[in-house]
Ligand binder design. Sequence first.
Ligand code: SF4
Ligand code: SF4
Length: 179
Amino acid sequence: MKGKKRKQSKPKQCGPCNMCCTVLKIDDNELKKEADTPCKHLSPEEGCSIYADRPETCRSWLCAWLAIPGLPNTLRPDKCGFVIRPSDSPFDYTLTASKNHTQVLTSTAALEFIATCIRSNFVISVNVPTKPGHENAKTMLTGFVREEDLRSEQSLRIKVLSAMVSGANANTDLIVKIS
Ligand code: SF4
Ligand code: SF4
């Protein structure tokens, strides 16, 4: 008996998304840019204007949405408004928005991802803007959000908002201009 062919899912593509070209800080020999600043090579019309020759850092960097096949298309960063940044650990993620941080990081899409991470005992954080001219605060939700906060979207939203308020008041380093 012939076995059924498994349907192969197509590899994900960035498509029109270019959010990492704005939110990431890049400081290597080939390219230097501040966090939360559009790359000088980013064109509103065509995306990366040096795509064929883009630096190795850009070629090798994958956001978690792109890297993890099971994450749905609704979490593509240009659709949900936040990038899920991976870390050295496959169990540790940080959500970073490029604008409208409060709204985006407490959206239904963000809260569902946060709840899944908390239930799975992953480390999950949000990147929160602080005082002008200062670095964002990486605010960890794991340990702060409790099981009972997951009982409804609204209770989780209130908890995440509360973490974001403390993150916004954190003392972070001054942004050092990269040149
Ligand atoms: S944020 Fe992710 S999906 Fe968007 S351009 Fe970067 S790697 Fe691609
Ligand atoms: S060089 Fe291209 S891919 Fe790299 S950050 Fe700039 S616009 Fe994005």
